[in-house]
Ligand binder design. Structure first.
Ligand code: PLP
Length: 374
């Protein structure tokens, strides 16, 4: 199979796909596909329970958090989060950090539900250590954020898939003068690629289709005290209290996507868990950024301290070569390298299921293309 550098839906571990294929028509001798099972039957209940237990183990999720499997993607959470959290204690206000396209979408949607303020933003040019950075190519430093101490929550996106920015450490809300403000994190595009500090995050959500499985299931990990405060307008199926009380089965859950995510969790455990996959991700990112930085043919636009380990945008200095670069890459079995239309250039997404070998082949191709055109 060619290497798939898609930003999402993206590569899944081959082992997982093969296991799903082997079990497709007969799951463990029960004579049915997982797709055909009742979600309330004992087989699927076991699949759901194992997925939750494995995820709890992988991320060391504390007992005072619930794990929910929902639908609607991270985009629906842009509305579901404020509908569930903003009314807590009648606060009615929430603050957002803007670091790129996804956090801007979250911020825009939230404005329908209350008094929303911008806590910090990288939407301007700036100079960092003498180097000028364009808007959305640097992660705004927590030291510069202004968080209202009576905000119902602070929202941020910890990995901007399109811009290729990653927040390397979650902020300490007490240090921001907002110790009582829960931190809500959209971790969609680096979920399970590194540990999550649940002493800092009160809620984390992620669409599965990058690191955790197929599209169709959204993982929501939410501290229990934040549940049960939904606005009256919140649809029942999106009220965390209903979803939690029903073990993610308030209505029919995306059973097959949950099953596939469960297989990915087991695969991750076999790799040695999140610490081992994080080490592999660091090695992959270092190899690729190291190559890009050493080359004058390619350029990586993101400030070094804000670079994502998962999504690596880069440009060819001579952009007239873009079409040829992409066509030859595909011939070499390196797929989906075209950058997002809003950024242009190229983007290599190197999620958990993309091995170091794929990154090395990409680097060889980059070298070869440079040698032929540089
Ligand atoms: N947030 C981030 C960081 C994303 O990368 C994406 C999708 O790529 C979304 C939100 C939206 O996810 P969905 O399309 O599942 O609604």
């Amino acid at each position: 199979r060619p290497w798939n550098f898609s930003a999402g839906p993206s590569a899944l571990p081959l082992e997982v796909l093969q296991q799903a294929a082997a079990e497709m028509t007969d799951w463990r001798g029960c004579g049915m596909s997982v797709m055909e099972m009742s979600h309330r039957g004992k087989q699927f209940t076991q699949i759901r329970d194992e997925a939750v237990a494995d995820l709890r183990e992988l991320l060391a999720i504390p007992d005072d958090f619930d794990v929910l499997f929902m639908q609607g993607g991270a985009t629906a959470q842009n509305a579901i989060v404020p509908m569930n959290l903003i009314g807590r204690a009648g606060l009615g206000k929430a603050d957002y950090v803007l670091s790129g396209i996804w956090s801007n979408k979250s911020h825009k949607e939230a404005q329908r539900y209350g008094d929303i303020a911008i806590a910090g933003s990288s939407g301007t040019d700036t100079v960092i250590n003498g180097v000028s950075q364009a808007p959305w190519t640097w992660y705004p430093s927590a030291q510069d954020w202004h968080v209202r101490s009576d905000a119902a929550y602070l929202h941020l996106c910890s990995n901007e898939t399109i811009g290729g920015l990653e927040l390397s450490e979650l902020p300490d809300m007490a240090a921001l003068g907002a110790a009582r403000v829960p931190l809500v994190v959209d971790a969609s595009s680096h979920f399970l690629s590194r540990p999550i500090d649940f002493s800092k995050a009160a809620m984390v959500y992620a669409g599965a289709q990058k690191n955790a499985g197929p599209a169709g299931v959204t993982v929501v990990i939410v501290r229990k005290d934040l549940i049960g405060h939904a606005l009256p307008i919140c649809p029942s199926a999106f009220d965390y209290a209903n979803v939690a009380a029903a073990g993610s089965m308030f209505n029919t859950p995306p059973t097959y996507a949950i099953y596939m995510a469960g297989l990915v969790f087991k695969w991750l455990k076999r790799q040695g868990g999140v610490a081992a996959i994080e080490a592999a991700n660091i090695a992959k990112a270092q190899a690729l950024y190291g190559f890009l930085d050493a080359s004058s043919f390619y350029v990586s636009p993101v400030h070094a301290a804000s670079r994502s380990r998962m999504n690596v945008p880069f440009f060819l200095h001579d952009e007239s070569l873009n079409a040829e670069f992409l066509a030859q890459a595909e011939k070499a079995g390196l797929m989906q390298l075209k950058g997002h239309k809003s950024v242009g250039g190229m983007r290599a997404s190197i999620y958990n299921a993309v091995p170091l070998e794929a990154v090395q082949e990409l680097i060889s191709y980059l070298q070869d293309f440079e040698r032929r055109h540089g």
